[in-house]
Design a protein around this ligand. Structure first.
Ligand code: C5P
Length: 214
């Protein structure tokens, strides 16, 4: 079974709060990305946590190792359940992020958040090189000691096959059958993603724009 994460991709905190009130506790994890975090920062995280839900902080860190290590320490301090960075930032960047997360969590006496590497964005179209790119990024993330990766449902089965059950796979680009894909090029249905072996499904617009989001 996979767990659902709803992306709070909205332009103000009140709207985000309405979605949390409506969906929690059916949905237990909410994703805060650059749209909400840029405007509201930690307030957005606090809002979700106050309701009793967990936060996936989706800021996709990608910078020099020192900067990403510091950002990882900040994300850990916020008490999120999961946060992410771009595998393209390289092995050293990922290792330093992991170290900083561990040190900060130990200092605060909290459970370290899951640290997940973005492989290739699901908005990038299909081509023959994507799978090997995704697998390479996944190998590097594993080498750095991260818990998992973000990948499309199309690559999930291959990742599962190579890396086994121990690796967490987070899958965005989920669309109900027969709907518009929008900017998501490598999309799949929830059923397909779960069958392929995904652990967490990230869903934004199909829930936020539904007549009845619940
Ligand atoms: O609206 P939609 O369901 O396409 O939203 C998917 C969410 O997942 C967005 O917030 C997007 O930023 C995020 N995401 C993604 N691809 C990744 C990582 C995160 O689509 N590789």
């Amino acid at each position: 079974m996979a767990e659902l994460i709803v992306a709070l991709d909205v332009d103000n905190l009140k709207k985000a709060e309405k979605f949390v009130d409506l969906l929690y506790p059916k949905v237990k994890i909410f994703k805060i990305g650059s749209q909400l975090f840029t405007l509201y920062g930690p307030k957005a995280v606090e809002m979700v946590k106050k309701k009793g839900a967990e936060v996936f902080l989706d800021l996709k860190f990608h910078d020099i190792p020192n900067t990403v290590a510091a950002a990882s320490s900040s994300a850990t301090t916020l008490g999120v359940f999961m946060f992410n960075l771009h595998a393209a930032g390289g092995l050293e960047m990922m290792q330093r992020a992991k170290e900083a997360r561990g040190e900060t969590a130990a200092k605060l006496g909290i459970k370290p958040p899951l640290l997940i590497a973005v492989t290739v964005l699901t908005s990038q179209g299909k081509n023959s090189k994507i799978l090997s790119l995704v697998l390479n990024f996944t190998r590097r993330a594993k080498e750095a000691g991260l818990e998992g990766v973000v990948a499309s449902a199309e690559e999930t089965a291959a990742i599962r096959k190579e890396f086994g059950k121990g690796l967490i796979i987070v899958t965005p680009g989920i669309r109900p059958k027969g709907t518009v894909f929008g900017d998501q090029k490598r999309a799949a249905t929830a059923n397909e993603a779960v069958k392929a072996g995904s652990n967490f499904l990230v869903v934004g617009r199909p829930v936020l724009e539904a007549k009845n989001p619940l």
